[in-house]
Design a protein around this ligand. Structure first.
Ligand code: 5GP
Length: 197
């Protein structure tokens, strides 16, 4: 997705050879127009798959997931990382190791909102080692539902997550793939984009 690549080159900050900061348009401040476009792109990719629900993990996945759900005309559910006082029964949980925070969280979804009738599209902002996505796949499975696809805004192709998820037979589509963040420079991998647009 060209617009996203341009935004990353203009505003993204390479924090290290493995971490990209995109706080000005995805992870802290959000760019609604860009999010809308991201939602349209994901909806176009996954539109014929009978999706009944979009699932993500708080907080950074919520923006792109909500815009995708709006385009697809289905609800969006986000997994919580903290226990909620009003959410105590019928919970489905999975342990997720956070790449950026380097801690393990129990992530939770209420069984009220994902069930055996659902065909789920998982959306997240970044794909690194795949732990967040695998945790969500696990929750969807525990709910008796089916993960029909995974949409990632920014995949860091030099990390293992993409290979891990695709090896499991999951359909993973990324709007942008990064080949390298070495020497403070973002280098994009080109092959996937041709397929998207
Ligand atoms: P994974 O679970 O695939 O290892 O990491 C994905 C999660 O970690 C995403 O939900 C995202 O929030 C965070 N993350 C991973 N890599 C990056 C990165 O380079 N930059 C930012 N801002 N977040 C990242």
């Amino acid at each position: 997705m060209k617009q996203l690549e341009e935004k990353i080159l203009k505003e993204g900050k390479v924090l290290s050879s493995s971490v990209l900061k995109v706080d000005s348009f995805i992870n802290h401040q959000m760019d609604p127009q860009l999010m809308k476009k991201i939602g349209e792109e994901f909806a176009a990719i996954f539109k014929d798959m009978g999706i009944t629900k979009v699932v993500t993990i708080e907080s950074s996945g919520i923006g792109p997931a909500l815009m995708t759900a709006l385009e697809l005309g289905v609800p969006m559910v986000f997994a919580r990382k903290r226990k909620s006082l009003t959410l105590s029964e019928g919970l489905i949980t999975s342990s997720v190791y956070s790449f950026t925070k380097q801690e393990t969280n129990e992530v939770t979804i209420s069984a009220d909102f994902v069930n055996s009738q659902d065909k789920v599209l998982i959306i997240d902002d970044f794909l690194a080692n795949g732990q967040a996505a695998l945790g969500l796949v696990d929750i969807v499975e525990k709910a008796g539902a089916e993960t029909v696809g995974i949409g990632i805004v920014i995949e860091k192709a030099f990390q293992d997550g993409g290979r891990l998820l695709r090896q499991k037979g999951l359909k993973v589509k990324s709007l942008v793939k990064i080949e390298s963040l070495e020497n403070g420079k973002v280098v994009f991998l080109k092959e996937e984009y041709a397929e998207v647009k």
